[in-house]
Structure formats: structure tokens, C-alpha cells
Design a protein. Structure first.
Length: 256
């Protein structure tokens, strides 16, 4: 009789452990580091979940036992944490990030820089070029236009009662061509920024062979929602958008 009871207890324990392993729950966490701890990426690689830390380094993410949690930020070394039964029971994860140190091939000894640009220029052997402040004349201090933006400005402005330059450029299609060129440059810049900021996070959770990644980002940039979304500077929304587009892209290349 005793062996049967032991067998029943063992089966119940195994069943309970299996249930705990498959059960997903919200786990709170706290990230500590030497400096900024806000907007650090928290990724459940197993369950394909994503969130970011708040200003205090706190976060909350859904996880199960044996899930792998990746904690990643540009200035710190990536950290992977395996969710243990203790973490599930306490519903808390604590993580400390280590600074990412850039090693230099060589050290050049020279003048000590203070961080004050004008002071450092004056103390160096280089001579600063004169600018409009030195000469006491007005000058432009806003965002510098690109070459295409300058050309569009020239094509759409003019003087006189009836300015001919904008009219002629509109009739010839030059204005439309320049606007299209600026739009393409904006998309290319947004695509480069997105690739730089989110490629590592995206392909950590959703694998795509290296040779297809450039093609994928051009596929993303063709979506009319991409550029407006990139202007929001919201990594969470952009990553969710990229994950959906990646599923569409994979289906498309499988059909080809």
C-alpha cells in the first residue's frame, strides 16, 4: 500500500511542477547600473514578449519557468537571465548591468581637453575659423538644410509681382521631382536609424538570415506607416511594427 501512496504523491508533484513550468505570470523586475536605467530593453526571447524599463529601472513582463529574459542597452553588456522556480514564486527579477567598455588600439598623448569646445580649440594648435559672431553680422543658426532641401527652396521661391521661377519649376515637374527626392532621403535616414537601434533586438527574438535583412528593411520602408511611426521615436511601437512586418516578409519569401 505504501509504494502506491508514494507513487501517487510523486505523480502529483510532477504534475504540479509541469503546471508551474507551463504557467505564465507577470513578473516585476528592477535593473541597476552605473548610469541611465530608463528605456532599457527587456525581451522574453522564449515567449517573444518585449517591454522597457521606466525612469527607476523597473519593469514588468510575462514569463514562465525556464524562459530566457534578455536585458539589453547600447551602453551596457547584454545580460541573459533564465527564469527559475524561485523567481516565479517571488514574482521578481533583479539584474545589474555592466558598462560596455570600448578598447582603444592605441593611446595618443597630447593636450588635455576640458570639454569646453571653444577653450579646447584655443588651447590646441588649430586655429578656429572666423564666423558671423566674430564679425558682428547676423547669421543663420537653425537646422542646416540638405542639398535637396536647398534646391527645393530655390525652385519654389522667387521675387517680383509674379515670380516666374516657382511657376516654371512646377510646370516642368522639377518641384515634384525634388519633393520626391527629399521624401526618399527621409525614408533612407529613418531606415538607417531603425536598423542601427533595433536590428539586434529584432533578430534576437525572430531569426532571419543575414542575406535577407537588407531586403527586409526595404520591404519595411515601403509601408506608408513606417515614416510617421519613426518620427514618434518610440522603440516599443517600432519593434512591434517590425515584428509584424517580419512575419509578412517571411510569408512572402516562402511563397516566391
Amino acid at each position: 500500500m505504501l509504494p502506491i501512496k508514494k507513487a501517487i504523491i510523486l505523480i502529483l508533484c510532477i504534475s504540479k511542477f509541469g503546471f508551474l513550468c507551463s504557467q505564465s505570470t507577470e513578473i516585476r523586475g528592477k535593473v541597476t547600473a552605473s548610469s541611465d536605467i530608463d528605456r532599457i530593453h527587456i525581451i522574453n526571447k522564449t515567449a517573444n514578449r518585449f517591454t522597457i524599463t521606466n525612469d527607476d529601472g523597473e519593469f514588468e513582463i510575462s514569463a514562465s519557468i525556464n524562459d530566457t529574459i534578455l536585458i539589453s542597452a547600447i551602453q551596457y553588456k547584454p545580460l541573459e537571465i533564465l527564469v527559475t522556480p524561485f523567481m516565479m514564486q517571488s514574482k521578481f527579477i533583479s539584474a545589474h548591468l555592466t558598462d560596455k567598455i570600448t578598447e582603444l588600439d592605441e593611446v595618443v598623448i597630447g593636450k588635455i581637453l576640458t570639454g569646453d569646445l571653444l577653450s579646447d580649440i584655443e588651447n590646441s594648435d588649430k586655429k578656429r575659423d572666423l564666423n558671423f559672431y566674430d564679425l558682428g553680422i547676423p547669421g543663420y543658426t537653425g537646422k542646416l538644410k540638405t542639398q535637396s532641401e536647398r534646391r527645393l527652396h530655390e525652385a519654389t521661391t522667387g521675387s517680383g509681382l509674379v515670380p516666374l521661377n516657382p511657376i516654371l519649376n512646377w510646370l516642368s515637374g522639377r518641384t515634384k521631382e525634388l519633393k520626391g527626392q527629399i521624401a526618399m532621403e527621409n525614408i533612407d535616414n529613418a531606415m538607417d536609424k531603425t536598423k542601427s537601434n533595433l536590428s539586434e533586438l529584432l533578430f534576437n527574438t525572430k531569426v532571419l538570415e543575414e542575406s535577407k535583412r537588407v531586403e527586409f528593411f526595404y520591404f519595411v520602408s515601403d509601408d506608408p506607416n513606417f515614416l510617421p511611426l519613426s518620427k514618434l521615436n518610440n522603440d516599443l511601437k517600432m519593434l512591434e511594427f517590425l515584428q509584424k512586418k517580419l512575419e509578412e516578409f517571411k510569408m512572402q519569401i516562402e511563397d516566391d
